[in-house]
Design a protein around this ligand. Structure first.
Ligand code: MLT
Length: 272
């Protein structure tokens, strides 16, 4: 194992201490990018299932989890440059990148800008479109509500949208754990994260340039980034395959971890 291996390692990126877990060994690591407003712990089950066979890394995006940053304006471009700087500092020339939702927005942006840095792509419950005018308006309305009335109402509505309806009642522990993750992020990180997503560019027009092997995974009942979005990306990316997970909503890796991990490890094994 490399000396840098372990949980909660830190590395400075533009004056912010970034917290990351770096487990297992292997020449080309899988780097996991979490969704909004989560943290690296949401990849725990994937790290556990893969760490005996390869190097796996998950980091807290700036402003989230233990990567405290209360000031910087957030954008998908900034998260992308953080990812590349993170790889540079860890001397990772090439990685397999796996992003869920907002993590997928970052992965698609990174693949477009730095195609030479990635060996394979895994897109989970995400999409290539930008926000519609209506979608943008909703984000800014949510920011107003949060700034005037705090986070509770926003969170309660948001958590419900993350899960398949059955998960809310049958997977209470998973729902409670994710609520803790969501509630642990600061109000300013939430509002700056909403702006980052509202202002993101579309990446659909770049999908035809992706030539690396790509796995797309989506929960059948995903409300936030619906299955049609994954089907659309699967149609545009040359070397991609789509796996649909039943009885899952937007957080398919948490709702159906065994099936999710199975798709992930089969895809990774086929690469090598
Ligand atoms: C996410 O899960 O990262 C976000 O909900 C995605 C979004 O709101 O566009």
């Amino acid at each position: 194992k490399t000396a840098a291996n372990g949980f909660n390692r830190t590395i400075d990126l533009k004056n912010v201490s970034i917290s990351y877990d770096d487990l297992g060994e292997g020449a080309i690591p899988v780097i996991f990018l979490h969704g909004f407003p989560f943290n690296k712990s949401t990849w725990k089950s994937q790290l556990e299932s893969l760490q005996s066979s390869r190097r796996v890394i998950a980091f807290d995006l700036r402003g989230f989890g233990k990567s405290h940053d209360e000031k910087t304006a957030l954008s998908i471009d900034l998260f992308t440059s953080d990812l590349i700087e993170f790889m540079d500092k860890l001397a990772i020339e090439k990685a397999i990148i796996c992003g869920l939702s907002m993590g997928g927005y970052i992965a698609l942006n990174a693949i477009h800008k730095y195609p030479e840095r990635f060996e394979a792509l895994i897109l989970c419950d995400t999409q290539c479109i930008a926000d519609t005018a209506e979608g943008k308006e909703k984000r800014y309305k949510a920011i107003d509500e949060i700034e005037n009335g705090g986070l509770t109402e926003f969170y309660e509505g948001f958590i419900k949208k993350l899960f398949h309806k059955d998960s809310i009642s049958s997977k209470k522990e998973i729902v409670a754990n994710l609520s803790t993750v969501v509630f642990s992020n600061s109000q300013s990180s939430i509002t700056r994260g909403l702006i980052a997503m509202a202002e993101r560019s579309e990446t659909c027009s770049t999908l035809g340039q992706i030539s690396i092997p790509t796995l797309i995974i989506c929960g059948r009942e995903d409300e936030l980034t619906p299955l049609e979005q994954s089907e659309f990306m699967n149609g545009k990316i040359k070397n991609s395959k789509l796996k649909v997970i039943d009885n899952a909503g937007h957080v398919s890796n948490l709702e159906q971890p065994a099936e999710f991990n199975n798709y992930l490890s089969n895809f990774l094994n086929e690469l090598s």
